[in-house]
Design a protein around this ligand. Structure first.
Ligand code: GDP
Length: 283
């Protein structure tokens, strides 16, 4: 079974006849919009498909399907999809509103890095759930009481990472920082602590988004992008959602690569994102 098999397909390519008529393009457009790909991205994708169909002398719906997969994968390729973990330690910050799956994602990534024999450290202010994941993944955790200053916890984690020769520090930032000004202040503070304690370390800031929120997720992402220097997106809850197209809209409209996809609550239900594989599963 493929990783994205839990994704709801856009069935137009299977259900339409074999001829590429205008009706076909209309229905494709409609299905993409229904899958929450968003108007702008949908129109551009269908336009690009029409262009390539002409250029590559494509005649059948089946060939058009393969071509559409390439269009989607190309549209989603907007930067390095891998994580920069080139220094020891490297730091990955996770931001996003409550309930999107930050803690779960950190647990899953921690467990995968452990499987690669990396030394991992979790870091969080409010850490009940993350402690459960730390136990499960066999990862150390630096935490403080609920409501503690996130920058102070990061300071502790940076010291511990140096002392323990840690490879990767995964930081759960508090989801309560909805307010733009608060978020910016906290992230700046955290950033200064990292600059001072771990100068020159490789650093990523991943925005975690719940795919089931569709276009709202896109709006959220735009706001976070203005406030925090996001280096990648983690798209969670792609299992069973009919809104898979949102992944394309996010990458294309934000210009930030989707780096991980989550398709369930289990420890193995997260993978580095592969746009070609995703496109194959979506259509
Ligand atoms: P946080 O508040 O951002 O830290 O979110 P949590 O990690 O606590 O996750 C909130 C809920 O979403 C939990 O019930 C998770 O099990 C669930 N969840 C996280 N990722 C996924 C996913 O990829 N698929 C599904 N179906 N549920 C997920």
């Amino acid at each position: 079974m493929g990783f994205f098999d839990k994704l709801k397909k856009i069935n137009i390519f299977a259900n339409f006849g074999s001829e590429l008529t205008d009706d076909f393009y209309d229905e494709l457009e409609e299905s993409l919009i229904l899958a929450d790909t968003g108007m702008d991205t949908t129109l551009e994708l269908v336009e690009e498909l029409r262009r390539r169909v002409k250029e590559e002398h494509i005649k059948t719906v089946e060939e058009a399907r393969a071509c559409m997969c390439r269009c989607i994968a190309d549209a989603m390729t907007v930067g390095d999809a891998g994580l920069d973990l080139s220094t020891r330690p490297s730091v990955v910050l996770f931001i996003g509103v409550n309930g999107v799956g930050k803690t779960t994602t950190i647990g899953k990534i921690g467990s995968q890095l452990r499987a690669e024999r990396k030394k991992v450290l979790f870091c969080a202010a409010a850490a009940d759930q993350l402690t459960v994941w730390a136990d499960r993944a066999g990862v150390d955790i630096i935490k403080q009481h609920e409501g503690a200053d996130p920058a102070a916890v990061v300071f502790d984690a940076a010291s511990a990472a140096k002392a323990r020769n840690t490879d990767v520090v995964l930081v759960d930032t508090a989801g309560r920082l909805h307010n733009k000004q608060n978020l910016m202040n906290e992230l700046n503070k955290i950033s200064r602590v990292i600059d001072r304690e771990l100068p020159g370390c490789a650093r990523e800031t991943l925005l975690v988004l719940d795919a089931t929120t569709g276009q709202n997720g896109l709006i959220q992402a735009k706001q976070f992008k203005e406030t925090a220097g996001i280096t990648g997106i983690v798209l969670t809850k792609l299992d069973g959602t009919a809104k898979g197209g949102i992944a394309i809209a996010i990458a294309k409209e934000l210009g930030v690569p989707v780096k991980y996809a989550g398709v369930g609550e289990g420890i193995d239900d997260l993978k580095p994102f592969n746009a070609a594989e995703f496109a194959q599963a979506l259509i």
